[in-house]
Design a protein around this ligand. Structure first.
Ligand code: MIG
Length: 660
């Protein structure tokens, strides 16, 4: 059952589909005080699930999280905000229920931080809708919520292939080298990503004519090899006379305005930019149609970046800061002045005050950006998705965004942002998956190998052994970091085998993805969602159930040659060295230590279940989706979902068959 409670005058977020009647009776479970703060007393054994893209555990207890979409490359234990606002939680314990705080601005979730046994939720302003969901159990509650927010985005089939990315591929030759090296090493590959360097001076929808003289030719040449190019699009539009996107945006008032009614100016990669006002339907249509410039060159996928939106600085704050620094430098800079100086400089990027200084035009009325901040990235993605349906009505386009709000899951996926080549970030990515799935984000994954800092060969192998299960499977890294294309390492074949195994698993992963999307299920679940009474399952933070058949338990510690695993039921351990060389062993319910050599992948098949397992191919279009065998308990069957992988309406080509 879903009940809705409205406070003040909420800004419509479009997270929820259709309309839900307001409940007559009082808000259950929570106390609400006169300041507008919601509080809930946590029982010792209560678990709080959710919040999607956030730091810390699957159980969010014991920290304060702030939904304020933020370009934050530091994903640490003490981080409070990342790129998304996924304000849905499920409290599991004494009382089990879900709560969605549908609010476009900043909102704090103090989950046993100030006081260990109290959860406090406080929106910046008291204009919001709260949805309370009760049901049979956690899975049922999550399913009801997913039906409320609408069907998750389904990418094209080829998006399940492996992708190579790096910020720093400078020209066509760099891209050709990546493709050639993958082929030479016999590693499957479906996509190569174009980061900001393909653009002409970071101008959206342009291609640098010197470094990428013929993108159309490059796109078709690579597509003939089964590889798609996936360019990035940033939110800010460069201010430059004669640049059509800039000129048109100014002319039609499609950009956000400052308090004086002028187009607001911020600085990001292109230098001074205006920010499209994605809250205006007309601006969305206009910006969305611009993607046709690239689809016209044969492009079939995009990633949207910097759409929190990220602002490196605004000119007035920069001027004020420089003036202050001059004053400081004129005196004898003592320690206090020195720290004031470094703080001011660091505080330019993403300064909260800057988000108070611009406005959206909502049906003719100015709305201060900070009040609707968390909707910006979602509406950028929506702009593209809605337009692309018209530009390319006959096929799905791969689409994922950095910033998001619940509702964006209908338009595209998200990647988990600028992580680092840290072992802890393998686990962090995994711990976000259940919360993301609860919020509808199924097509997701981390920058494999880590974005910032330098990876090592062993870390890359372990990372692959986790990421090969995530729908979005992309190796990406930052400019200036160590090269981490798989052919750069000594034991290329060990990595290649992991990618081959991924391709053998694609029929299963795609089938479970379709089920999750079409039936509003979570593809990745905490153990306790299926074993709610098992106290050990309720504590397990480093294993997940995948679909209905698998449990994953990756190794995420350096130099570990195995790990402890908890089995909530009897399961079959599968240890794979290569796609055609593996062992299986039935293990009873309980605690086990499992050996996992560096070149080995392990996963578990649940009791009396089996998964379809195919053969590798150099890319998804060469996969034989019929040539499957069942891997798992003898005598068990599997229900396979498949489709043509490209129709906009997935039901139009859906087939459901039983493999046994
Ligand atoms: O300020 O385009 O998260 O994936 O490589 C950095 C360069 C801008 C941030 C993205 C990252 C991308 C990078 N971008």
């Amino acid at each position: 059952m879903i009940r809705k409670y409205v406070y003040g005058t909420p800004f419509p977020t479009d997270a929820v589909m259709g309309s839900v009647e307001e409940a007559g009776e009082e808000l259950p479970f929570f106390e609400r005080d006169e300041s507008g703060m919601f509080s809930y007393r946590l029982d010792e054994n209560d678990i709080v699930y959710g919040l999607g893209e956030q730091v810390r555990g699957i159980n969010k207890r014991g920290w304060q999280y702030i939904s304020w979409n933020f370009d934050n490359p530091n994903h640490q234990e003490d981080t409070r905000s990342l790129y998304g606002a996924h304000n849905f939680i499920i409290i599991s314990g004494e009382q089990t229920f879900g709560a969605f705080f549908d609010y476009a601005g900043k909102i704090e979730f103090d989950i046993g931080y100030t006081n260990r046994s109290v959860m406090r939720i406080k929106p910046a302003q008291n204009d919001l809708a709260v949805y309370i969901i009760t049901g049979e159990n956690e899975k049922d509650i999550a399913g009801q919520f997913r039906r409320l927010i609408g069907r998750s985005y389904i990418p094209p089939f080829w998006a399940f292939g492996y992708g190579q990315s790096r910020w720093g591929y400078r020209n066509e030759q760099d891209i050709r080298t990546v493709a050639a090296q993958y082929q030479a090493a016999d590693i499957p590959l479906d996509s190569i990503y174009l980061d900001i360097d393909y653009m002409e001076r970071y101008k959206d929808f342009t291609v640098d004519p010197n470094r990428f003289p013929d993108l159309k030719q490059l796109t078709s040449e690579l597509k003939a090899q089964g590889i798609r190019l996936v360019p990035i699009i940033d939110a800010g539009v460069k201010i430059e006379e004669g640049y059509d996107v800039y000129e048109e945006g100014v002319q039609h008032n499609y950009f956000c305005k400052d308090a004086g009614g002028n187009d607001f100016v911020g600085a990001v990669w292109p230098g001074r930019v205006h920010f499209p006002d994605f809250l205006q339907p007309e601006a969305r249509k206009w910006f969305g149609r611009k993607y046709a410039a690239l689809t016209g060159l044969g492009i079939e996928g995009f990633w949207n970046d910097m759409n929190e939106p990220a602002i490196f600085y605004t000119e007035d704050r920069l001027a004020d800061t420089c003036a202050e620094i001059q004053k400081l430098a004129a005196g004898n800079m003592g320690i206090n002045e020195y720290f004031a100086f470094t703080g001011m400089v660091a505080g330019l990027n993403g300064n909260p005050g800057d988000y108070d200084k611009f406005y959206h035009n909502v049906n003719g009325k100015p709305v201060r950006h900070s009040e609707v901040h968390n909707l910006y990235g979602m509406n950028m993605t929506r702009a593209a998705a809605e337009a692309l349906r018209e530009i390319c009505p006959d096929k799905r386009i791969l689409f994922f965004s950095r910033s998001s709000y619940i509702g964006a899951h209908r338009y595209g996926g998200i990647w988990q942002g600028d992580n680092k080549s840290w072992w802890s970030h393998i686990l962090q990515s995994m711990q976000q998956l259940p919360g993301l799935n609860m919020a509808g984000f199924l097509f997701t994954g981390a920058d494999t190998g880590g974005f910032g800092s330098d990876t090592t060969e062993d870390q890359m192998l372990r990372w692959l052994q986790y990421s090969l299960f995530t729908p979005l499977f992309r190796n990406h890294s930052a400019e200036g970091t160590r090269m981490q294309e798989l052919y750069c390492f000594d034991n290329v074949n060990a990595a290649a085998e992991m990618i081959r195994i991924r391709y053998c698993l694609i029929p299963y992963l795609y089938s479970e993805f379709l089920k999750a999307a079409l039936l509003d299920n979570m593809m990745f679940r905490p153990l306790a969602f299926d074993f709610p009474k098992d106290p050990m399952a309720r504590q397990t933070e480093d294993q997940l159930l995948l679909g209905n058949e698998l449990m994953i338990a990756p190794v995420y510690r350096q130099n570990a040659l195995g790990r402890s695993v908890y089995l909530p039921e009897e399961m079959m351990l599968v240890t794979m060295r290569s796609w055609d060389q593996y062992t299986t062993e039935i293990l009873p319910r309980g605690h086990h230590y499992v050996d996992v050599a560096l070149e080995e992948l392990v996963f578990f098949i649940r009791r009396n279940k089996a998964i379809p397992f195919g053969k590798p191919a150099s890319h998804t279009s060469a996969l034989d989706r019929e040539d499957l065998h069942l891997l798992g308990y003898p005598g068990s069957a599997y229900e396979l979902y498949a489709d043509d992988g490209c129709s906009l309406d997935p039901e139009s080509s859906l087939t459901v068959s039983t493999l046994c």
